[in-house]
Design a protein around this ligand. Structure first.
Ligand code: TRP
Length: 331
């Protein structure tokens, strides 16, 4: 049987091209030769304050985005975390084999809690729930970005602790690090593209064309460099988007041409920006069209229900075993 892969994404409302090139594209290609389970992690989303209605809409919207980006519900289990409450149950059990000190060392917790008036215990135990997500399906591989490597390392440690205390059951999940595309903010190319930095800092996969054009046009570059000098972060970032789009479209000739113009000091940044816009839109347009079709067909609820049904079968089988091993009530 093919190797089982699990990954999760928070329902943030909308995907940006950093998510797409950095993660989702990789999720889609893993479907070719793995049994994939992809989860919209709404339990994780409530670790910080979020309006309930906004959250419910965001979970559905994320499902539409993922399917439009090539996650194929025929081959892959796609579901919303809270539809399978065994995630929360396993998180409790795993919490009892997780060191307090291990959680206190998590960089993401330190970042997310810094300066906050109220820090929920949920935010603190977030990585335990993440471990539960993965281990509940005894997944062998987890596609993650760099920022999740520490959490995955903790998941491995939790698996070892459980196995040592209750008996061998969980495999230690391996990270699957993708091609490592790291798209930076267009407005400030020294920081990673993200929604949290604000509108100007990201390009949404489903964003309006005119708005995308505007953001690319005003992307930070530099004042033009002498031939042979190194690229500024802003220019390098535009080339990165051009390369990645070209790769997907199977045509990297424009990127190569503009790169040699850069090297000889002849590149006009307005040309580079036009090329980035054109190539990127060739990637994004069909995704947007697919999403609109899906939205009107109204099948996303059925897809998520079926996904949750399939996930629950695996989850129930494994949680029953865990209950047995831990001396809890079974049946
Ligand atoms: N914490 C991950 C993130 O913020 C999301 C996530 C939740 C996840 N559960 C997971 C990722 C399990 C991989 C596997 O990106």
């Amino acid at each position: 049987m093919a190797q089982r892969v699990f990954s999760g994404i928070q329902p943030t409302g909308t995907l940006h091209i950093g998510n797409y090139f950095g993660a989702i594209r990789n999720w889609a290609s893993l479907q070719e030769d793995h049994d994939c389970i992809y989860c919209i992690v709404d339990y994780h989303a409530i670790t910080t304050e979020i309006d309930p209605q906004v959250l419910r809409a965001a979970s559905r919207s994320m499902a539409l985005d993922l399917i439009a980006c090539g996650i194929d519900p025929q081959r892959t289990i796609l579901f919303t975390q809270s539809a399978v409450p065994e995630h929360a149950e396993l998180a409790w059990i795993l919490g009892c084999v997780t060191g307090y000190g291990d959680l206190a060392r998590m960089i993401q917790f330190k970042d997310k809690s810094a300066g906050k008036k109220f820090i929920s215990a949920g935010l603190f135990i977030y990585p335990v729930l993440q471990a539960a997500d993965i281990l509940l399906y005894r997944a062998a591989g987890v596609p993650v970005g760099e920022d999740q490597v520490q959490h995955l390392e903790l998941s491995r440690r939790i698996a070892r602790r459980f196995n040592a205390r209750f008996g061998e059951f969980f495999p230690e999940p391996e990270p699957i690090v993708g091609k490592g595309a790291r798209i930076m903010s267009l407005a400030d190319p020294t920081i990673k593209m993200s929604k949290s930095a604000g509108e100007a800092h990201y390009i949404g996969v489903m964003e309006d064309e005119r708005s995308i054009r505007g953001k690319i046009r005003s992307a930070v570059t530099d004042i033009g460099l002498e031939p042979g000098t190194t690229m500024s972060p802003g220019v390098a970032n535009l080339f990165e988007v051009l390369d990645l789009s070209g790769e997907l479209l199977g045509d990297q000739s424009i990127a190569a041409e503009l790169c040699s113009e850069f090297q000889s000091g002849k590149l006009m940044y307005s040309h580079l920006k036009d090329a980035v816009f054109e190539s990127l839109m060739q990637v994004l347009r069909p995704i947007g069209e697919r999403r609109r079709e899906l939205e009107t067909s109204g099948i996303v609820e059925d897809i998520l229900r079926e996904g949750a049904d399939k996930a629950r079968v695996i989850a129930r089988e494994n949680i029953t075993k865990v209950r047995e091993m831990a001396g809890l009530v079974v049946g």
